[in-house]
Design a binder for this molecule. Sequence first.
Ligand SMILES: [Cu+2]
Length: 321
Amino acid sequence: MTTANKLTIISIAIAIAIISLWYGQSNALLPVAASPEAEAVDGIFQLMMTVATGLFLLIEGVLIYSAIRFRKKPGDETDGPPVEGNVLIEIVWTAIPTVIVLIISIYSFDVYNAMGGLDPEASRDSGPQQVAEKTNSNQGLEGLIASVSDYLALGLGESPANRSKNLTPLSVDVNAIQYAFLFTYGESGVVSGELHVPVGQPVRLKITAGDVIHAFWVPQLRVKQDAVPGREAQISFTPQRTGEYPIICAELCGPYHGAMKTQLIVESQQAYQSWIDQQQVAQSQSLEDAVAVGQTDPLNAYAEEIGVNQQTLEQLPPHTH
Ligand SMILES: [Cu+2]
């Protein structure tokens, strides 16, 4: 190989690396990240996007180059020179993907563990705030290096059970039914069709379903959890941006699945408290009064649209309306 050739290959490699790093970090493919857990998930996505962009440019580049460079020349009726296997190339293209897959596995496993995915029970009395601190600093390449060094030093990273106690999580029961999510706030007994949470406080959701399988999905939290009748699934997150985010059912659950949407409202502690107070007042009144207030029964808004009549509504557990 001539020096000129080597220089060309090195410059192409550098260009591919720069473009991949730039696109991996600065693509705007994901919606806003509303929690530190979401940012940690984005770290994995950015790494995978960087690797995928590099591979795409490399493979497509070689393909296009070869198609032009080795095209059939006029008057050449041969099949071209016979090429047998190349051990070195085969070792390289087996080793590189192996290393990439290993790194992504360790990194994603670590993020999943930090989110409490491996052991939600252990994190019940501790940790989401700690997770927030841990995942907050773990982004992109930095996060990758931290994860790999964690893995090498501590086996499987820090167990959620070992984290110190911190801010008490707000616990909310989520019941998914055809075609609404019902949120029950344990402390105040409030039942709502919208999920209101105060900003900065860890939230723990206990998710189940009342009829068929649904799924609780908030794209801005990067969280999607199946809601299965008879089973309780737990997820935790710490909202860090005020705003309204969609909660979408992500499991085909019947003819009106497409209408099974509500809102996650992240608000100040003060706004959250006044909402809770307002809900408590509304729910202590009679059904008619509560309906007049208009926010207590998530099904009312859809009742006509989806053909649910008053009789059906009355068969639901009494606290839902
Ligand atoms: Cu559903």
